[in-house]
Write a protein that binds this ligand. Sequence first.
Ligand SMILES: [Zn+2]
Ligand SMILES: [Zn+2]
Length: 137
Amino acid sequence: MFNKPLPFLYRTLEDKELMLLECFVSKERAATARLRAIEEEEVNVLPQTVSSKVTDKQVDINLIKQYFSADAWQVVEQVLECKLKDPKWTCGICCHDLASHKSVGCDGCLEWYHLPCLKINTIPKRKYWMCPKCNSV
Ligand SMILES: [Zn+2]
Ligand SMILES: [Zn+2]
């Protein structure tokens, strides 16, 4: 149906879960989440360093609830609440506030990018646009 990379919507449950887990814990820890529940002290608690994609409307954060201990999940919910109250989207390349330039969202990883950071002038007119990071895997 699609060539790789796949838009987020069409990714497997496993891929979606892994992507969301990596927003809250390290890559290594996300990979072993199935083996051992994530504990409170392992969760990234700084809302500004958690990717805004966790608040994307395509994301169902409850997908990953099963991988956290009850205490750890409370922490995740607090971080989410902070992010929803004060949504700050940053560019996936320069990490600065998205509002400073025109930007485009990746349909694969759900990160957003400034057009100048991508070295393009216009928003790509495609049903699904994939960022350079997604295109390189
Ligand atoms: Zn940028
Ligand atoms: Zn991407």
